[in-house]
Design a protein around this ligand. Structure first.
Ligand SMILES: *[C@@H]1O[C@H](CO)[C@@H](O)[C@H](O)[C@H]1NC(C)=O
Ligand SMILES: *[C@@H]1O[C@H](CO)[C@@H](O)[C@H](O)[C@H]1NC(C)=O
Ligand SMILES: *[C@@H]1O[C@H](CO)[C@@H](O)[C@H](O)[C@H]1NC(C)=O
Ligand SMILES: *[C@@H]1O[C@H](CO)[C@@H](O)[C@H](O)[C@H]1NC(C)=O
Ligand SMILES: *[C@@H]1O[C@H](CO)[C@@H](O)[C@H](O)[C@H]1NC(C)=O
Ligand SMILES: *[C@@H]1O[C@H](CO)[C@@H](O)[C@H](O)[C@H]1NC(C)=O
Ligand SMILES: *[C@@H]1O[C@H](CO)[C@@H](O)[C@H](O)[C@H]1NC(C)=O
Ligand SMILES: *[C@@H]1O[C@H](CO)[C@@H](O)[C@H](O)[C@H]1NC(C)=O
Ligand SMILES: *[C@@H]1O[C@H](CO)[C@@H](O)[C@H](O)[C@H]1NC(C)=O
Length: 378
């Protein structure tokens, strides 16, 4: 009996550990023990001053920062301190939930953001997303926060050149500067110094000045799992000459909305990434046919080649793509019979496919009756 109970308890502990692991994997965390509203530690006064000076830089019509007063800044909304050291390690000013629905954003109260952030040297997590920094530059002082693991500047109306000082953030694991207002990069050499970077989202940032050099810079980031470079003004010309890709851990690649204007059926570096789960290549002006290499990318769950000038059927060797959930080929020139197309879909993915889009792709014929066997199709 006792042994059985012990067994059960161990089971429960294991289950809880699994849950915790899940939570920590899904949510990029700023560190093991952070407190918001803790009791013991009162905040470090220089850091409180830095936060107050940051608050003074911001317009906050909805009073989101109304808790930012009094001695213990560790209790202020959006602020997290280390339980061990008492330092401010987390600052989350994302406009989310109800605030987002009601457009309760933070805005800049003056013509630029001061260097107040530099007073928070122990920060590991900084999220300024979905606010309005009025088209000002990303503050260079962010580059001095060498403990940062997570930096989110997404959709916060920053503009201008992304400061190369971000290359000093050698601990950075997440960088999201997507959806800015006219952000651009002239030289990406700083990026290669971020060797721990696992997640890079620069969607909408103008990288056209780099010509095709971006491939080489990105290829240094050996830890990357997610790479989103949609709408960056990328071109390809030597993409095919990069012989070996370092990005062996990459799971998500988004290159959509770049004007590649060349044949997809070349030996591009990404065709070697057999661990890839999601591949977004829509709106890229790809020509030619869909290459055989796709048949080796057996981890793929999402394939989006829509809105290109691709011609012809999917290859006939896709039988091992057993994890497929989304296949989007609309607005291409497949120019075949529906029955033939459907026959080339991997049978082992009949139970996983959720979305199949081939509208406006120049196909004739009928859907086969067995489409009813695609049990997850939505
Ligand atoms: C502060 O937290 C500790 C545990 O972390 C607890 O033992 C103590 O009672 C708390 N004190 C107050 C005043 O809440
Ligand atoms: C925001 O930017 C505009 C145009 O650049 C400027 O006229 C305005 O004063 C700025 N607002 C603030 C609060 O600085
Ligand atoms: C950054 O913030 C945006 C908007 O709040 C969010 O959608 C995105 O997932 C965040 N990026 C990361 C890497 O967490
Ligand atoms: C970044 O590091 C360089 C040296 O690698 C240093 O000269 C520079 O001041 C640093 N910039 C910031 C913003 O800390
Ligand atoms: C792969 O990454 C290493 C280390 O970052 C770098 O030295 C090397 O040049 C990269 N290889 C290629 C082909 O880019
Ligand atoms: C695409 O490339 C062809 C030649 O390869 C060129 O004639 C055409 O203008 C290009 N289209 C765009 C939109 O760049
Ligand atoms: C698929 O992978 C196998 C084994 O790695 C390789 O021999 C073959 O050439 C690849 N096929 C394509 C079309 O890349
Ligand atoms: C559809 O395919 C036919 C060839 O069978 C071709 O003549 C026609 O231009 C294609 N239509 C479109 C919209 O691509
Ligand atoms: C579709 O499913 C039905 C019922 O499960 C089965 O009898 C039939 O053979 C399946 N069709 C194909 C083409 O596998």
């Amino acid at each position: 009996m006792a042994a059985e109970l012990g067994h059960l308890a161990r089971g429960a502990v294991a289950a809880i550990l699994c849950l915790l692991l899940l939570v920590f994997q899904v949510t990029p965390s700023a560190g093991a023990s952070i407190s918001g509203g803790n009791n013991g530690t009162t905040c470090i006064s220089t850091e409180r001053d830095a936060l107050l000076s940051l608050k003074a830089d911001l317009l906050d019509p909805a009073g989101r920062l109304s808790s930012w007063h009094g001695q213990d800044c560790c209790r202020w909304k959006g602020v997290g301190c280390s339980k061990r050291t008492g330092h401010v390690v987390k600052l989350d000013l994302r406009t989310a939930g109800e605030d987002y629905k009601n457009y309760n954003i933070l805005m800049l109260s003056r013509d630029e953001m001061g260097s107040s952030l530099a007073g928070l040297q122990q920060l590991r997590y900084l999220d300024l997303s979905l606010n309005d920094f009025n088209g000002t530059n990303i503050p260079v002082s962010v580059g001095s926060l060498e403990n940062l693991r997570y930096l989110n500047l997404s959709s916060s109306s920053f503009s201008g050149r992304i400061p190369s000082q971000l290359g000093n953030l050698s601990n950075l694991e997440y960088l999201d500067a997507s959806g800015g207002e006219d952000l651009h990069v002239i030289d990406l050499a700083w990026l290669s110094r971020l060797s721990l970077l696992g997640y890079l989202d620069l969607r909408g940032v103008d990288l056209s000045a780099l010509r095709d050099y971006w491939v080489h810079m990105v290829n240094m980031l050996v830890s990357l799992r997610v790479l989103r470079l949609g709408g960056c003004g990328l071109i390809t010309s030597t993409m095919s000459t990069t012989r070996k890709s370092n990005l062996t851990h990459l799971q998500v690649l988004d290159l959509s909305s770049n004007s590649f204007n060349t044949s997809l059926d070349e030996h591009y570096w990404f065709w070697d990434l057999t661990s890839l789960k999601e591949l977004y290549l829509s709106y890229c002006d790809w020509h030619g046919s869909i290459p055989q290499e796709l048949g080796n990318m057996t981890s793929l769950q999402v394939i989006d080649f829509s809105y290109n000038d691709l011609v012809g059927l999917i290859p006939s060797n896709l039988e091992n793509l057993c994890n497929l959930e989304v296949l989007r080929l609309e607005e291409n020139n497949i120019n075949a019979r529906m029955e033939e197309f459907m026959d080339r879909l991997p049978r082992c993915s009949w139970s996983t496919i959720q979305m199949l889009s081939v509208r406006y792709s120049n196909m004739t014929g009928e859907l086969p009756i067995w489409i009813g066997n695609m049990t997850s199709l939505e």
